[in-house]
Design a protein around this ligand. Structure first.
Ligand code: HPA
Length: 273
């Protein structure tokens, strides 16, 4: 079965569960899944109930699609994502985002956890992603183009919408939430980077490093979905702090910033509708 056929089946199942047609999609990253508690009139569908949906194995990723309302706007939220380091292809990692697109989402807010390369970032800093560098050596659009989703060669000059970024900065300023800006570089993982790699990536123009988001943003741009990326700096990147890196630290920082991120998202979503 092609991914297109699987997506059609998944769409049927989700619509049969009463999904309306949200315009705004949200992807919650490592340790950031608790936001779904702020979604009203929620319809919760576990990924295991959706045909073709890849199931996350990483700790901190719940694995459910939550549909409902935040601040009066209809949203569809992916709580938990899959990564290529779990053994999924780049195409498989974008199944959820494509499903959101087929449900009618035209704006996508993506969150993630990242290592901070810019020495100005504190642990727990929220950073608006201005652009990305794909260092995963692969692309979710490899293979026959799904013409019904988008063009063979999608433009990526404004992969993260300038308009959405402007709105996010304004909302953050009004809410008193510090929101820096930076370029996100995606690696395959699952090993963290070496200090030499981080020095190299800094020279290449990266401010943040992580193992997700970029394939989803490529698939979203393919479908002409406007993207907004918010990264949570869970740790200083390798070699910058003298400390060793661990997934526990990533999850712990995620928990520390959870309420700040939730407040920002709650204020932001109605402005994106
Ligand atoms: N490197 C890669 N991915 C990450 C990091 C990191 O330091 N922190 C959270 N995700």
């Amino acid at each position: 079965m092609t991914q297109w056929d699987l997506l059609q089946e998944a769409l049927r199942v989700v619509e049969a569960r009463g999904a309306r047609h949200p315009r705004i999609g949200i992807v919650l990253g490592s340790g950031l899944g608790a936001f779904t508690g702020r979604i009203r009139n929620a319809i919760r569908i576990r990924y295991t109930e959706i045909p073709g949906f890849p199931i996350p194995s990483a700790e901190g990723h719940a694995g459910e699609l939550v549909l409902g309302e935040v601040g009066g706007v209809e949203v569809a939220c992916l709580a938990g994502r899959v990564h290529q380091y779990e053994g999924f292809s780049a195409e498989e990692t974008v199944f959820g985002v494509r499903l959101l697109g087929l449900l009618g989402v035209t704006t996508l807010v993506l969150t993630n956890a990242s290592g901070g390369i810019d020495p100005g970032y504190e642990r727990g800093q929220l950073v608006l992603i201005t652009d990305h560098i794909n260092f995963q050596g692969t692309n979710p659009l490899i293979g026959p183009n799904l013409d019904r989703l988008g063009p063979r060669f999608p433009d990526m000059t404004e992969a993260y919408s300038a308009l959405l970024r402007r709105i996010a900065k304004e909302v953050a300023a009004n809410a008193g939430v510090s929101l820096a800006e930076g370029v996100y570089m995606a690696l395959l993982g699952p090993s963290f980077e070496t200090p030499a790699e981080i020095r190299a990536f800094r020279a290449l123009g990266a401010d943040l490093v992580g193992m997700s988001t970029v394939p989803e943003v490529i698939a979203a741009n393919h479908m002409r979905i406007a993207c907004l990326g918010i990264s949570c700096v869970t740790n200083a990147a390798a070699g910058l702090s003298g400390e060793k890196l661990s997934h526990e630290e990533v999850l712990e920082t995620g928990r520390m910033v959870q309420s700040k991120l939730e407040a920002l998202l709650e204020a932001l979503l109605p402005r994106l509708a």
